[in-house]
Design a protein around this ligand. Sequence first.
Ligand SMILES: *[C@@H]1O[C@H](CO)[C@@H](O)[C@H](O)[C@H]1NC(C)=O
Ligand SMILES: *[C@@H]1O[C@H](CO)[C@@H](O)[C@H](O)[C@H]1NC(C)=O
Ligand SMILES: *[C@@H]1O[C@H](CO)[C@@H](O)[C@H](O)[C@H]1NC(C)=O
Ligand SMILES: *[C@@H]1O[C@H](CO)[C@@H](O)[C@H](O)[C@H]1NC(C)=O
Length: 353
Amino acid sequence: NVLVSTVPQVLLALFSNQTDICPSGYKWLMVNGSKVAWNETQHCKILDGLVPDQLQLCRRNLELMHSIVHAAKETKGVCQKTFSDMRWNCSSIEYAPSFTPDLMKGTRESAFVYALAAAAVSHSIARACASGELPICSCGSVPSEVPGPGFRWGGCGDNLRYGLQMGSAFADGPMKSSKAGGQATRLMNLHNNAVGRQVLTDSLETKCKCHGVSGSCSVKTCWKGLQDLSEIATDLKSKYLAATKVTHRHMGTRKQLVPKELDIRPVREAELVYLVSSPDYCTKNPKLGSLGTQDRQCNKTSVGSDSCNLMCCGRGYNAYTESVVERCQCKYYWCCYVMCKKCQRTVERYVCK
Ligand SMILES: *[C@@H]1O[C@H](CO)[C@@H](O)[C@H](O)[C@H]1NC(C)=O
Ligand SMILES: *[C@@H]1O[C@H](CO)[C@@H](O)[C@H](O)[C@H]1NC(C)=O
Ligand SMILES: *[C@@H]1O[C@H](CO)[C@@H](O)[C@H](O)[C@H]1NC(C)=O
Ligand SMILES: *[C@@H]1O[C@H](CO)[C@@H](O)[C@H](O)[C@H]1NC(C)=O
């Protein structure tokens, strides 16, 4: 029973006279402030990726900035890990804020990054509340549902409610405040942000700890905790693969995002949406933001997206051998150390032509 804002219709009225320039609503991903103390409002100025609304939020909630910086970093790492077996591997996210076209236009890839980044901010804040890092919030409220047999609510749950509240204000800020930017793209970004937060909300699960004499688990306390961001990213990747292409047109009296090819139906709350089709990312084309897959490693035995056939787009691959040094034949000596030998092993690797 946490409210997630699902926006499109309500916000339409706000953006009537915009030209269609693409806003970069996730410029904040460039924030690189891990060494900043975040105890003076002027620190907010060093982050030039922020729009005015975000700057104001920064000045008023300096203590949140650690969580936001952490979320930006986590988004970049998790995105690349989640897409490491795909032709588009999220490496362009490192160029923030000079995004390449794959992330600047309303593509499927940008839909994923918006959703993940929005989830990450709320995730990071919700967790920070529970860990006691933030003076303005603490553990999530005790779940209203009756505890199951054999446990009681206790411990400290992630504060999803506060995470969603502040996370939405921050992540949706650019789409509500910046002057440049097309209405369709903003609606798309806001929608995908909401999808990311919905997946985050759905990831809330019951976690428990046992107490009792010698681990008998006669007393169990449980709380609601969020799954790790990488799990949320995996769910979002499925939604990315099934994303719906939409167009901006009149439905009734208002302009809305509606599926382009399918039957006339509104956009579903759970689906990621995009406006611009992506290239196949097989060959290098800077204009389209495609890095190509030449020299990418592929997996000869896989049948998935990292298989040599799919990754190399049928161009074939080169094999080479690499020797790796590993610890081996480890032996325990009494008392108390382990000694290993160094072994060399050759492994075959395959890279796309
Ligand atoms: C972030 O800041 C650190 C320290 O100031 C610097 O070493 C690093 O290169 C920066 N990273 C980026 C992506 O700008
Ligand atoms: C902020 O933190 C830094 C480093 O901890 C400290 O030197 C500085 O005096 C602090 N500023 C304020 C206004 O508390
Ligand atoms: C991602 O793809 C680019 C372009 O093909 C490549 O340069 C980079 O090494 C890849 N990154 C990883 C982690 O595989
Ligand atoms: C290649 O794919 C197979 C089958 O999916 C998997 O078991 C194996 O670990 C993969 N190898 C590498 C190096 O990723």
